[in-house]
Design a protein around this ligand. Sequence first.
Ligand code: PBG
Length: 295
Amino acid sequence: MLPMFVADGIDEPKGISSMPGVVQHTRDSLRSAAADAVAAGVGGLMVFGVPREQDKDPAGSAGTDSDGILNLALRDLAKDLGDATVLMADTCLDEFTDHGHCGVLDERGRVDNDATLHRYVDLAVAQAESGAHVVSPSGMMDGQVGAIRDGLDEAGYSDVAILAYAAKFASAFYGPFREAVASSLSGDRRTYQQEPGNAREALREVQLDLDEGADIVMVKPALGYLDVLAAAAEISPVPVAAYQVSGEYAMICAAAANNWIDERAAALESLTSIRRAGADFVLTYWAAEAAGWLA
Ligand code: PBG
């Protein structure tokens, strides 16, 4: 599955320096790149929105606005592609908040878990209305899957599935992504993402998401967490996904650019390892290339 970025307020695709070959798309360039990726044989698209700086606010309003960049882009793709691919949306606030956190903050500046759940429901419903087949809560708030499931059902979207970022670690390997979405974050996400040393807690998170009705559970990052992935695959009655994140991609690209490593071979080996560990599918920035390599 291919993660893609669409940005508001740009006239042409904008390269992401730490992720060679990956860009922030305009609405138009996203449409053609998405069509190309689907033609190449990717299993689905995961779309992230990047609002204009001046549209960011403490509540992440641009994410729930039906005319916000992500919702507009989802409508474009739903219209262009119909059921030719699986259209997935990142269901999180961090791209849209001026403080860059995945949730709204309380008066002391801490992420307010329960207040955030209401915002996630609104995000998910807006994305479903815009044509997403799958919503993907990636903010690691407790109770997010259950709240979104109830909210979607009440709004008449019982067919929209939930890909839960179930075990998402507070990782240094998200570095390049922060550039990709022009993140406003200062600080870290260690109060809501998982501690890298704690595999048991990660499995509890997977179990909680399963109990709340997740249709797919995901482990992220991938390569450093293959043990967690294998353990999740062992207990999960639903498909298990893995996200080969921006830093994993950037490292291989950077080494390949120095001729220290063969990009295609290293990419395929890492994807094979992720699959071997138990992933039913993989989010990777090489998705379109890999579809060609494997054809
Ligand atoms: C948060 C989100 C992040 C990524 C996907 N969703 C960043 C974070 O948690 O800090 C990272 C993806 C990547 O690094 O490729 N909405």
